[in-house]
Design a protein around this ligand. Structure first.
Ligand SMILES: Nc1ncnc2c1ncn2[C@@H]1O[C@H](COP(=O)(O)OP(=O)(O)OP(=O)(O)O)[C@@H](O)[C@H]1O
Length: 256
């Protein structure tokens, strides 16, 4: 087997007597989608934050492309997150004072690009996610589903190899949830990228190739332990083969 893109080994995270994570080992192959499920308090968000380098594990190691990232300094972990990871959270992490296009461009600007350079890429991703014409709206002027699409665009505009999503559809009705999830899968796995999504929603999880279930900080079920999801189990992009119509984040990476 190839080196997994992301690997966790023996992760533990204790808060006083609470074992938020208790010896979790998981591997995620490139280009796969994984849903993390489990009851409230089972450790899902702690796992996501530890995998993404937001939290440093109390014990254990996270490897990205084979390199230990869990013990990098704060600045290096921040850089890794900005340049290689994307985030979609329930509250979107969007800046309400900024427009949709400014929110997406901001992710690129944080990696050192000028606003002028960033705006066309942001516009490309908004269009790819069906938001053409809404670029100048502020976040409060968008529906919940539209705002989550802005968050997906923001998570992908830097060419992130992995997108971590925490309840990305938690605040949406069931039809909008399905649409946002389709958009998220098309923008990630559909482009050969990797998605790890925490969700309570079985319908959302069913769209992922793999489901990991947590209880009391442990993995109690894993539908594909090696991290190799069944090939092409994810739904096609909403408009068929989207691969030609997505903005060239890869080209962007190459220009650096
Ligand atoms: N910063 C913290 N300080 C103390 N305890 C914490 C902290 N963060 C999480 N916990 C505890 O760790 C356990 C796991 O929390 P976590 O948020 O990872 O669960 P979860 O499965 O994501 O829950 P939910 O579905 O409700 O979001 C819980 O018992 C929680 O109270």
């Amino acid at each position: 087997m190839h080196t997994p893109l992301l690997e966790a080994e023996g992760l533990s995270q204790h808060y006083g007597p609470t074992r938020a994570l208790d010896g979790v080992s998981l591997a995620f192959a490139a280009g796969t989608s994984t849903a993390v499920m489990g009851a409230s308090g089972s450790g899902k968000t702690t796992l996501l934050h530890t995998l993404a380098g937001i939290l440093v594990p109390g014990m254990g190691q996270v490897r990205f492309g084979g390199a230990d990232i869990s013990h990098l300094g704060d600045a290096e972990r921040s850089r890794l997150r900005r340049e290689h990871f994307g985030f979609v959270f329930q509250q979107g992490l969007l800046v309400p004072e900024l427009t949709a296009i400014e929110n997406v461009a901001l992710a690129l600007m944080l990696t050192g690009r000028s606003k002028r350079e960033s705006l066309p890429y942001a516009a490309g991703w908004l269009a790819a996610l069906g938001l053409q014409g809404l670029e100048e709206r502020r976040i409060g002027e968008l529906s919940g589903g539209q705002a989550q699409r802005v968050a997906i665009a923001r998570a992908q505009v830097t060419g992130a190899q992995i997108v971590f999503a925490d309840e990305p559809t938690g605040a949406l009705d069931s039809q909008t949830s399905q649409e946002v999830m389709q958009a998220l899968l098309a923008a990630t796995v559909g482009q050969g990228r990797t998605l790890v999504v925490v969700t309570h929603d079985r319908e959302v999880a069913a769209q992922c190739q793999r489901t990991v279930e947590m209880r009391d900080g442990r993995v109690v079920r894993d539908s594909a332990p090696a991290g190799e999801g069944p090939a092409a189990a994810y739904p096609a992009a909403p408009s068929g083969d989207a691969s030609g119509s997505w903005p060239g984040a890869e080209g962007l990476r190459g220009e650096r």
